[in-house]
Design a protein around this ligand. Structure first.
Ligand SMILES: [Cu+2]
Length: 189
């Protein structure tokens, strides 16, 4: 289980914190990452827009990631996007760059599909990847949460969250696809 008070007290902007918390009398490890950024066109990041009509300059993106007891809980919070719209969103394997959303690479997969691009639902699914599709309200704000039953191995972690043009498809041959990549935020998962 996640200890909300512990998370709040150790969450640091743009940093990773590790703390020991008492859990049912046993010590368990909680690792928390939180990054909040304002979207810009170009610049040093960590949050970029490549299509300001879909992800306006000045939008904010926040990602929180917590590992505990073998599970990983990731939340995405956005403001300043288009109202009443669903954006696909996922954890990706590489960091964002100022140049192109393509640089974030493929989706992070816990169990890696030997076939690329991965559009096989047995790999491209929300238990093997971190899917964070988010639907905005009338003000362009929204929030989503994904829980997966694994933690990142230390030597192979996700490095970004990409905002996509469309909701994520789930059918064979298209699973995990969500159209273009109008936005990206680098996250030190
Ligand atoms: Cu994606």
């Amino acid at each position: 289980m996640i200890h909300t008070r512990s998370l709040a007290s150790i969450a640091l902007l743009g940093a990773t914190a590790v703390a020991l918390t008492a859990c049912g009398g046993e010590q368990s490890r909680t690792a928390v990452t939180e990054v909040t950024a304002t979207v810009a066109r170009g610049g040093d990041g960590p949050a970029f827009t490549y299509d300001p009509k879909l992800v306006p300059v000045g939008a904010t993106v926040a990602v929180t990631d917590a590992e505990q007891d073998g599970s990983t809980v990731t939340t995405l919070r956005v403001t300043g996007l288009l109202p009443n719209r669903t954006y696909g969103a996922h954890a990706h394997a590489k960091p964002c760059t100022a140049a192109s959303g393509a640089d974030a690479g493929p989706h992070y997969q816990f169990s890696e599909d030997p076939v690329t691009p991965s559009v096989d639902p047995s790999y491209a699914n929300p238990m093997n990847e971190i899917w964070l599709d988010v639907t905005t309200d009338a003000n362009g704000a929204g929030e989503s949460t994904a829980t997966v039953p694994w933690v990142f191995p230390d030597d192979r972690r996700a490095e970004s969250v990409v905002l996509h043009q469309k909701p994520t498809a789930t059918h064979a041959g298209h699973a995990g696809t969500a159209g273009g990549r109008p936005g990206c935020i680098t996250v030190g998962f």
